[in-house]
Ligand binder design. Structure first.
Ligand code: PMP
Length: 369
């Protein structure tokens, strides 16, 4: 698709037929009424937040402790914070005064204006009550609640039953916008992303990565009554938004590669890989568990599943750091970074997965030698 479009011209700075076709494909599979294009996941969450603020006339935003939504100013707060900044270095698995409470904090990066620090309120993932409490105290100030419906930057943390719906209900009751950041999970955990997999529709959702089929793109969209502020004074623009090169790659990825059938295959392969790794964990008794979620999965070095970011602080990252070179030295390139996850491609075969399982099994054996 990229070669074909390269012959015709890769950029005109106007909407093309391919861009429209990709918009329709995205709206269909992710249950959006309207969508707009951007160039990255960062821009997708940044602009979704702009639209939410414009639609509500409010400034403040609620985000989850530990999560990442890109590198724009508003959400670079509490991104994988060190345990000691949470006041719990010696008390990782015990009770903490701050547990469950909403708070504001200094940003993760230098260079973020102090005037923004108070606008981003942090709550734990999987704690609907914490969000209810924020609404009870200052509901009329909250423009949006933004989250990855399944956290994917600390291994994989799945939402507890009822959690996402409780957030949707709380946002509805308080006139706030629920934003799902589906940048990672959108293309990977189901044909219709987290919205389909967990059966809860957000007001807005942000996408990137897989929806561009490897080319540079991003998108966000959702309910028309919210998105329409873009035509009523909320700025949303960009020279390369929806450019034909990225649109062609995205359209091919979504309509020819990542079909409904493909997810069935990816799901089976993912389970094969997760079960293989889980067997190795069981045989050696190392403190770890696997998570299996469509094309995504991971090994987390803690015996019990994670519910929130503080559980992640209770994992053993050194084991992950040891596993990385172990796997690379055996020809297996894992997702770089301390995220402990895999993404299965439609190109992977069962033999590929067996190589992974074998190498991981030897790693576990080595640990208990
Ligand atoms: N949201 C999530 C959940 C992400 O994982 C990422 C990037 N890993 C982003 C947003 C930012 O996307 P990008 O790197 O394309 O700006």
């Amino acid at each position: 698709a990229i070669r074909a479009v390269a012959d015709q011209g890769i950029h005109f700075a106007v909407t093309t037929e391919t861009t429209v076709a990709l918009a329709e494909a995205i709206c269909e599979r992710f249950q959006l009424e309207q969508v707009r294009f951007v160039n990255s996941g960062t821009e997708a969450t940044m602009d979704a937040l702009r639209v939410a603020r414009a639609a509500t006339g409010r400034d403040r935003v609620v985000k989850m402790e530990g999560s990442y939504h890109g590198h724009h100013d508003a959400l670079l707060f509490s991104v994988v914070p060190e345990a000691d900044t949470l006041g719990m270095r010696d008390n990782v698995s015990g009770e903490s005064v701050a547990k469950g409470a909403a708070y504001t904090t200094q940003p993760t990066s230098k260079g973020i204006p102090r005037s923004m620090w108070e606008d981003t309120i942090i709550v734990p993932f999987n704690d609907a009550q914490a969000v209810e409490d924020v609404f009870a105290e200052r509901g009329d100030q909250i423009a949006a609640v933004i989250l990855e419906p399944v956290m994917m930057n600390i291994g994989i943390v799945v939402p507890q039953p009822g959690y996402l719906q409780a957030l949707r209900d709380a946002c509805d009751r308080n006139g706030s916008v629920l934003i799902f950041d589906e940048v990672k999970c959108g293309g990977t955990i189901a044909y219709g992303g987290a919205t389909e997999r967990f059966g809860v529709r957000p007001h807005l959702a942000a996408f990137a990565k897989a929806v561009g089929g490897g080319a540079t793109t991003g998108a966000f969209g959702g309910e028309a009554s919210i998105m329409e502020v873009v035509t009523k004074g909320a700025a949303q623009q960009g020279t390369f938004n929806g450019n034909p090169l990225s649109a062609a790659a995205g359209l091919a990825a979504l309509t020819k590669v990542l079909t409904r059938d493909a997810y069935e295959g990816l799901g089976k392969m993912g389970t094969l890989l997760a079960e293989g790794c889980q067997r190795a964990i069981g045989e050696t008794g190392i403190p770890a568990h696997t998570v299996d979620l469509g094309a995504k999965g991971c090994v987390s070095y803690r015996s019990e599943p994670l519910k929130d970011y503080r559980d992640f602080l209770d994992t053993l990252p050194d084991l992950y750091y040891a596993s990385y070179p172990w796997m690379v030295n055996r020809g297996l390139f894992m997702t770089p970074g301390d995220e402990e996850q895999w993404t299965i491609s439609v190109q992977h075969t069962e033999e590929d997965l067996q190589r992974y399982i074998d190498a991981f099994g030897e790693f576990c054996q080595e640990l208990v030698k």
